[in-house]
Design a protein around this ligand. Structure first.
Ligand SMILES: [Zn+2]
Length: 242
């Protein structure tokens, strides 16, 4: 997502890991010649935030959650610009008459994910953890269980109508609704309850993965590939508290 105002542009994730940032910058400059004033990181994962240097060279100020800056500073990944400014619980950025709210709702798909909100437009942009009709990615690496469910409840309680989730859903759909967030919460709650039962019945990882079916979600992309890995993530939570 990028936001165009008369005073300049607020860009988000450079999404230029091992590929050029130029197509993104060209897309912005096709809309406006106003300067790119900010780049806001959605969270610290390199597949979203690498490749920001051309934005830095154009004078953009980089902003991220404070835990994201700490993570980036510790890992020193190649090709990730270290944030200039940080957000803790909340911060508003106002540029050219538009306000972008940066909210932190706790740990979910990372410990540093921002929920960016445009209150006037009732749009939110939050990446990777509220897919549109999607199973969670692979083994839910870096995801905090059950905190992600609490975070979803907080996002559902916020005032918005359109979700930009950072990855398209089935059929290439780029935006979602509050019903998509509710569906994702229901998926995680049903998955969690099913895995809890399997652990209580002393089933092995393999048997839990073989026996648990969530037919309501079997039409979602990657159901067959990722459900067993999602089950393993919740198995560790219920079996070991991790
Ligand atoms: Zn991610």
């Amino acid at each position: 997502m990028f936001i165009v105002t008369p005073a300049g542009v607020i860009a988000t994730d450079p999404i230029s890991e091992r590929r050029p940032a130029k197509p993104y910058i060209d897309a912005i400059q096709a809309v406006t010649k106003a300067p790119i004033k900010y780049v806001i990181y959605s969270h610290s994962h390199f597949d979203h935030i690498a490749g920001g240097k051309p934005f830095k060279d154009l004078g953009a100020t980089f902003v991220a959650h404070k835990n994201a800056k700490a993570r980036i500073a510790a890992l020193k990944p190649d090709d990730v610009v270290i944030p200039d400014q940080v957000v803790d619980a909340k911060r508003n950025i106002t540029l050219g008459g538009t306000t972008l709210e940066l909210n932190y709702v706790g740990k979910n798909h990372s410990d540093n994910t921002l929920v960016m909100g445009l209150p006037k437009e009732k749009i939110i942009f939050t990446v990777d953890w509220i897919p549109i009709q999607g199973i969670q990615f692979r083994d839910m690496a870096d995801t905090y269980v059950p905190d992600i469910e609490e975070g979803l409840k907080k996002v559902i309680a916020m005032d918005w109508e359109t979700l930009i989730p950072g990855h398209p859903g089935p059929g290439g759909k780029q935006t979602g609704t509050k019903d998509n967030a509710r569906e994702q919460l229901a998926y995680l709650q049903e998955l969690s309850a099913a895995v809890k039962s399997a652990v209580n019945e002393s089933k092995s990882y393999a048997d839990a993965q073989k026996d648990i079916k969530l037919p309501k979600y079997e039409a979602w992309p990657n159901y067959n590939a990722f459900l067993p890995m999602n089950i393993e993530r919740y198995y560790d939570f219920w079996n070991r508290g991790i």
